[in-house]
Design a protein around this ligand. Structure first.
Ligand code: MN
Length: 580
């Protein structure tokens, strides 16, 4: 339970640097909200006003402006009291009223059930967000406080709200580059859905914090020494990886917490981009980098604006540590996001053209989808972790993780999807249901006529492609019913043709089915590795990796005799696993 007076004090401290005029309006909004919610209680039994003030505190921590703070204080008044949009507009202006309206739920009367009500509320909010990005920031502040106080609700409701947070709000925060909010929301959802696992992770992290401090001191000392007289300012800090990502790793690779090696990340902050690369060079010259783990998000930033250098190196006792190197400015943007920039622009609408996913969102908003299709499309097509696929000409196409060549074909153009006959990935023929990898170059082979088959529905991942295929199949059905009546002979011919096609397909699937054996290192798959010629391991053998200089990771049988002769093997060995 929160103490209202303490909370108010905290709130007032946070607005201390606002102008006297702004302060007056804000405090007036507190009183207004208090009056509106008078007599109402939260599920926790607290006075309702605790909630909007907490939301405003969250907003202040996200560097929000005055209009957002007022909207945060009033965000529930239209829903929960007789106050209307017009009332808010009259007192606090149209902008504030629009912000409040964007986060107000669709009324129960307009929806036939609870799920529809939620989906429609999300649709409305995303509409409003495209016009004014601040809507979604207020919703995040609201969600954060609700997630912190979830325990007072019935179990079923907790589950629904936590899942919705994982489906929609956390990925959305990631998309606009608000890394801190994404992590907080995911951690809170984990705490609500799997309290046992959350506690196991938490205990382990607390116990191991001391160890990482020692590693940190060691690293700082070594870098300082190497820099010598060169005056490069740098600060170094560590923080635990966020619990939700640790949980996902444990789940994906069926591992216990003490088997996950990078629980802590180390961050080095310096002053200029040149010095980022300089320090990076030093780090690599002292410790052995793990091949394939180096990422340069400074020269090619992530789509949400994230910039940093990432590398994983083996420090003392072959412990792998991820190190991120960045400037102070980058650090700020990485945590509070591109969104932070939008706040300060006069026109607070993001430039839709700059963001593929916003363009897609606009398309979905235009299409007249049922609430169920809409929710699924947002969750699976827009907010899922994305991969980038290249056309043969080098254009980049963004798709949700798990997409296949058919998804790619439909994303390029509906007609290319319909006429798709086959596909090549990186020059080799692949089946249409192959899962594509980030960075693949995909070439779609097309025929002159549409080639849509019912089996395609199982091949695609995106709802977009699914809808197009369903539509085409329904057209074909209508046509074929017509021709059936017309000509029975033709039908027979069609039948034979169909069977041939089916055979052909079976053959194709067979051809590509032989599994591609590869190895993974702590869940990373696309790493450079070679099999050792001395022992030539095959998938039945126990294996171990050796981090070579310049030739990637060399995979040996765990009991290979030549390991004894490799100088420095103990310091440079690394755990590897087979994967299909
Ligand atoms: Mn609320």
């Amino acid at each position: 339970m929160q103490d209202k007076d303490k909370l108010l004090e905290q709130f007032k401290n946070l607005i201390v640097n606002f102008s006297p005029k702004d302060k007056e309006i804000i405090l007036n909004a507190v009183k207004f909200a208090e009056k509106c919610h008078k007599g109402q209680l939260r599920a926790s039994g607290e006075e309702y006003i605790i909630h909007p003030i907490s939301v405003a505190v969250n907003l202040l921590n996200m560097r929000a402006d005055v209009e957002m703070i007022i909207a945060g204080l009033l965000h529930d008044v239209v829903e929960d009291s007789p106050v209307t949009y017009e009332d808010v507009a009259k007192i606090y202006g149209k902008n504030v009223a629009n912000l409040v309206d964007g986060v107000t739920k669709i009324s129960k009367l307009k929806a036939s059930n609870k799920t529809e009500q939620n989906a429609e509320t999300i649709r409305k909010m995303l509409f409003a967000m495209i016009k004014d990005i601040r809507v979604i920031i207020i919703k995040f502040a609201d969600k954060l406080h609700n997630m912190q106080t979830l325990e007072y609700l019935p179990k079923e409701k907790i589950k629904r709200i936590a899942n919705e947070t994982l489906d929609i709000y956390a990925p959305l925060a990631g998309r606009i580059g608000m890394g801190i909010i994404k992590n907080d929301l995911e951690n809170l959802a984990l705490k609500s859905l799997k309290p046992d696992i959350y506690n196991i992770i938490d205990d382990y992290i607390v116990k191991n914090e001391m160890n990482i401090e020692t590693t940190l001191d060691e690293i700082t000392k070594v870098i300082k020494c190497k820099l010598g007289k060169k005056e490069i300012p740098f600060a170094i800090k560590s923080r635990p990886k966020h619990y939700y990502s640790i949980y996902k790793k444990m789940q994906k690779y069926d591992k216990k917490i003490d088997e996950i090696f990078d629980l802590f990340g180390i961050r080095i902050i310096t002053d200029t981009i040149d010095n980022c690369y300089y320090i990076f060079g030093i780090v690599h010259s002292i410790w052995m980098p793990i091949p394939g783990r180096f990422k340069d998000y400074i020269s090619s930033p992530k789509h949400n604006g994230y910039r940093s250098l990432h590398t994983t190196v083996l420090v003392e006792k072959r412990k792998a540590v991820e190190i991120q190197i960045r400037t102070e400015d980058m650090d700020e943007v990485n945590e509070y996001g591109v969104a932070a920039h939008w706040f300060y622009k006069k026109d607070s609408a993001p430039n839709v053209e700059d963001f593929d996913w916003l363009k897609n969102l606009m398309e979905f908003n235009k299409e007249n989808l049922s609430w169920e299709d809409y929710y699924n499309a947002i969750r699976d097509d827009i907010l899922k972790e994305e991969i980038y696929i290249f056309t043969p000409k080098g254009d980049i196409v963004e798709l949700p993780k798990g997409s296949t060549p058919l998804d790619f074909a439909f994303k390029i153009h509906t007609d290319i999807g319909y006429r798709c006959k086959g596909a090549k990935a990186n020059g080799a023929i692949v089946s249409l249901n192959t899962e594509l990898n980030n960075g693949d170059i995909v070439d779609i082979l097309t025929g002159n006529k549409p080639n849509v088959k019912p089996s395609w529905l199982a091949y695609v991942k995106t709802n977009h492609a699914k809808r197009k295929i369903k539509y085409s199949l329904s057209q074909i059905n209508q046509e074929s019913q017509f021709t059936k009546k017309k000509d029975a002979k033709e039908e027979l011919k069609e039948d034979i043709k169909d069977k041939n096609i089916a055979n052909e397909r079976k053959f194709q699937i067979k051809k590509v089915k032989s599994p591609k054996i590869t190895v993974e290192i702590d869940g990373e798959r696309n790493l450079l590795f070679n099999f050792a010629k001395c022992c030539n391991p095959s998938p039945k053998d126990d294996i171990i990796g050796f981090v070579s200089r310049g030739r990637g990771i060399i995979i040996h049988k765990a009991d290979c005799k030549s390991l004894k002769n490799i100088k420095d093997f103990e310091n440079r060995k690394i755990e590897v696993n087979w994967t299909e």
